[in-house]
Design a protein around this ligand. Structure first.
Ligand SMILES: *Cc1c(COP(=O)(O)O)cnc(C)c1O
Length: 304
C-alpha cells in the first residue's frame, strides 16, 4: 500500500465555463498532508525504509517537509526537519503535529540545508524536495491513475517550483504512451526559474525569488526538468501573484477547497478566459498546499 491516496478526477463546471473549454481537476489537494508531494516523498521514504534507513531528514519548511513528517509517522521512523527562521509559525506547527523534530536554524534555506546535511548519518536518508528520480517516479502515479480511466487529456496544466512535479508528470505521460500530451508549466513572475532556463537553453540560477508563491521559490530547477522541457511538448507560462491569489479565492468559492498561491498559479489559467483556448479537454493538477490560510491570502491581496 502506498502512503498517498488515489485522488478524484472531477469535471469542473465553474472552471469549464470560465475557460470556455472542459476543465478536469486532479484533486491532489486532498492528499492526507495537503499536497501532491506525498506521492513522490512517500515513494522515496518507503524505498529508503526498505533499504534500512532509520531516520528521515528534510530541510523543507513547506509541503515537502510535511510529506516527509507524515511518511515518517506512518512508517514508524523519526523525522528531523531543519527550517530557516523565516518559516511561518503555522508550518512549524503542522510539522510538529506530524511528530517531527523541528530545528530552526539560519536566515535562509541555504543555511538550514547546510546544517541538515551535517546531521545526515549513514543510517539516515535525506529526502530532497524536488531533485530525485525516486520522487519523480512517485509523482508519476498521478498520471497512471488517469490512464486507468477512459479519459485522456489534450493538455496537462501544472505549477513548477524546482520541477519535481513536472518531471513526475512527464515521466507518467511517457510511461503511459502519452508522448503527444503537452504540459503547460506555470510559474509566477518572481519565481520563473523554468521559464528562464527554457529561454536560455541551459540551466539558469535566478538571483532572487520575488513572489508570494513560496512553494514555487526554487532559484534553479533540477536539470531533468529542463531536459524534459526540451524533449517533451512543454510550454512555459508566467502569471502574476495577484492572478494566483485571485484563483485561490475563486477556487475556494467554486470547489470549497483552499490551496496555496503556488497552486493558484496553475488554476489562474482556467480563470483567464483565453489562456486555454485550443484545447478541448484540459487536466489541471490541483497540487494543493497546506501552508496558507484564507486570512493570509486576503492580506497578500490587499498588499499587492
Ligand atoms: C512543491 C510544490 C509545488 C512545486 O513543485 P516542484 O516539484 O518543486 O516543482 C507546487 N505547488 C505546491 C503546493 C507545492 O507544494
Amino acid at each position: 500500500m502506498p502512503l498517498h491516496i488515489a485522488t478524484p478526477l472531477l469535471e469542473s463546471r465553474p472552471l469549464s465555463v470560465n475557460a470556455h473549454t472542459a476543465i478536469w481537476l486532479k484533486m491532489d489537494a486532498l492528499q492526507p498532508c495537503g499536497s501532491f508531494k506525498l506521492r513522490g516523498v512517500g515513494h522515496a521514504c518507503e524505498t529508503h525504509h526498505g533499504r534500512g534507513a532509520q531516520r528521515f531528514i528534510s530541510s523543507s519548511g513547506g509541503n515537502a517537509g510535511l510529506a516527509v513528517a507524515y511518511a515518517g509517522r506512518k512508517l514508524g521512523l523519526p523525522v528531523t526537519v531543519v527550517v530557516p527562521a523565516t518559516t511561518t509559525a503555522r508550518a512549524i506547527e503542522l510539522l510538529k503535529l506530524e511528530g517531527a523534530e523541528v530545528i530552526v536554524h539560519g536566515a535562509s534555506w541555504q543555511e538550514a540545508n547546510q546544517l541538515a546535511q551535517t546531521l545526515v548519518s549513514p543510517t539516515d536518508a535525506f529526502i530532497h524536495p524536488f531533485d530525485d528520480p525516486l520522487l519523480w517516479a512517485g509523482h508519476a502515479s498521478m498520471i497512471d491513475e488517469v490512464a486507468q480511466t477512459a479519459f485522456k487529456p489534450d493538455a496537462v496544466v501544472l505549477s513548477v517550483g524546482g520541477g519535481g512535479l513536472l518531471c513526475g508528470v512527464v515521466e507518467g505521460l511517457q510511461r503511459n504512451g502519452w508522448h503527444d500530451v503537452p504540459v503547460i508549466a506555470v510559474e509566477t513572475h518572481g519565481a520563473g526559474s523554468l521559464h528562464a532556463a527554457i529561454n536560455a537553453g541551459k540551466p539558469v540560477e535566478l538571483e532572487r525569488i520575488d513572489s508570494i508563491a513560496t512553494s514555487l521559490g526554487a532559484k534553479r530547477v533540477c536539470d531533468q526538468a529542463l531536459a524534459y522541457a526540451q524533449q517533451h511538448p512543454v510550454s512555459s507560462v508566467l502569471v502574476s501573484d495577484l492572478a494566483a491569489l485571485d484563483a485561490c479565492e475563486r477556487f475556494l468559492n467554486d470547489h470549497r477547497v483552499l490551496v496555496e498561491p503556488a497552486c493558484g498559479a496553475a488554476l489562474a489559467l482556467a480563470y483567464d478566459g483565453a489562456a486555454l483556448a485550443g484545447y478541448a479537454q484540459v487536466m489541471m493538477v490541483v497540487c494543493g498546499g497546506a501552508t496558507a490560510t484564507l486570512p493570509q491570502i486576503q492580506e497578500w491581496k490587499r498588499t499587492r
